[in-house]
Design a protein around this ligand. Structure first.
Ligand code: ZN
Ligand code: ZN
Length: 188
């Protein structure tokens, strides 16, 4: 049985929690509030309409991550400036968060540590939505040069990645192949 929290107080609690950790998964919210996935989505829709949060695949993040931090934050790995267009955000177990300039640094960070990641979200290169990095498609070493070499760009769908590849070249990879590829390059 659910605890029957009032939507407005539950939404206030979601906001308090999000301010601490920046991103949450739907699953975390369902478990904490003991309500249905539908109810959580309604809460998040309400908060999103108010501009407080941004819904992402399977979760939610504070709306200000992409805005306030742009231009001021630097990559946790290479210290380059972070652009909202290519940012990559990892939430580690325990709630600590790392923000990276692009999927290049994000994938290296995920692969290069014993820490466990709770979630990984990155900006879809075409639409700017935050997407789950484990399900994203990557184009590595295209003609579009970003902060890091080889340039690594991610897309929500294989179709988008292929369209981009037709115009700008590069190799199409999944999370696993991209991650292995970059780690191998940097080990040399
Ligand atoms: Zn970086
Ligand atoms: Zn970069």
């Amino acid at each position: 049985m659910s605890k029957k929290t009032i939507p407005s107080s539950r939404q206030a609690e979601i906001m308090r929690w999000l301010e601490e950790v920046d991103t949450l998964t739907i699953k975390q919210l369902v478990n904490k509030f003991e309500v249905s996935v539908m109810t959580i989505h309604r809460d998040l829709d309400h908060l999103q309409t108010g501009g407080k949060v941004q819904k992402v695949h399977g979760g939610v993040m504070l709306a200000q991550i992409g805005e306030n931090r742009e231009g001021t934050a630097v990559c946790s790995l290479c210290n380059d400036k972070i652009s909202a267009h290519t940012q990559f955000v990892i939430t580690w177990e325990g709630g600590e968060q790392g923000t990276y300039c692009c999927p290049h640094c994000g994938l290296l960070a995920l692969n290069g540590t014993a820490k466990t990641a709770v979630s990984g979200l990155a900006s879809d290169f075409l639409y700017g939505r935050m997407i789950n990095v484990y399900q994203a498609s990557y184009i590595i070493d295209s003609d579009v040069q970003l902060c890091c070499i080889p340039s690594t760009i991610c897309f929500a769908t294989v179709t988008d990645a292929k369209k981009f590849q037709r115009g700008f070249g590069g190799q199409l990879m999944t999370y696993m192949t991209a991650s292995t590829h970059l780690t191998t390059i940097h080990r040399q």
